[in-house]
Design a protein around this ligand. Structure first.
Ligand code: SAM
Length: 252
């Protein structure tokens, strides 16, 4: 079958790498598993072997028939022909895994972050550059909107790097595994508010935080949260962004 670029299809074929990824996933320790984008089943066979309820979410209609045939005898495997961006988690907590289609990775991660209370753990393969952006802390160039939003809800860990040759077709970039563990007590922040403030803060990275946020916060408010108004947005911590979002909520 020809891989579809618009669906971000790069199929894993290196059995050694697949085994290493499964070691990070530890499917046998999960209560319920969701795999996003099972494709031709490179990871799925190993997930199904764990014998815990497994739901596959695949958007490509050409792959649904082969997946249904392949797992016809496995009653603990269900297959949903669905766009993962529409996924609404109701039960759980789930172990969510996937070699994610690169073209929807960021919006999908934000979509799942909003439902983190239904997630026990997540292990995803992403472009390496994206993993760096998610896991970076303040003061690093890669730190930005995605780092703040995901670190608000998850502890984020970089795991193994996967070379392009492990996939067919071969992508142009390195990939990397990321592990996301939901925080037990994430700070109580309105997510839309946090998204809005963080978007404004990083609107112009080279400007000061004062300039980017002047419509919403006075210098005194910034200083109250230990932020020097002259700081650049990438030096403000996740906790400080959470505090700004809470303050904005309380005062508007
Ligand atoms: N898991 C397989 C592997 O590792 O070889 C395939 C990974 S491939 C990078 C991404 C998979 O996600 C493809 O099977 C693709 O059809 C599927 N996909 C793309 N967009 C999707 C979406 N919006 N919702 C669910 N699956 C999607």
């Amino acid at each position: 079958m020809r891989a579809k670029k618009r669906l971000g299809q790069n199929f894993l074929h290196d059995e050694g790498i697949i085994a290493q990824i499964i070691q990070v996933i530890r499917p046998q320790q999960a209560r319920q598993i969701i795999e996003i984008g099972p494709g031709t089943g490179a990871l799925t066979d190993h997930l199904a072997a764990a014998d815990v309820p497994l739901t596959l979410i695949e958007f490509d209609s050409d792959l649904i028939g082969p997946l249904k045939n392949r797992y016809a005898k496995k009653t603990h495997v269900s297959i949903l022909h669905q766009d993962a961006l529409q996924l609404q988690l109701t039960q759980g907590p789930y172990l969510i895994v996937g070699n994610l289609p690169y073209n929807i990775s960021s919006p999908l991660l934000i979509h799942l972050m909003k439902q983190s209370s239904h997630i026990e753990r997540a292990v995803f393969m992403l472009q390496k550059e994206l993993v760096q952006r998610i896991c970076s802390g303040p003061g690093v160039k890669a730190y930005g909107r995605l780092s703040v939003m995901l670190q608000h809800r998850f502890d984020c860990y970089e795991s193994l790097t996967v070379p392009p040759a492990a996939f067919k077709p071969i992508p142009k970039v390195d990939s990397q595994i990321i592990e996301l563990i939901p925080k037990q007590n994430p700070s109580d922040v309105d997510l839309n508010r946090l998204e809005f403030i963080v978007k404004q803060a990083f609107a112009q990275r080279r400007k000061t935080i004062r300039n980017n946020l002047k419509k919403w916060f006075t210098d005194d408010v910034l200083i109250g949260f230990d932020i020097d108004p002259q700081q650049r947005p990438e030096t403000v911590t996740v906790t400080q962004y959470e505090q700004l979002a809470q303050h904005h909520h309380a005062n508007h």
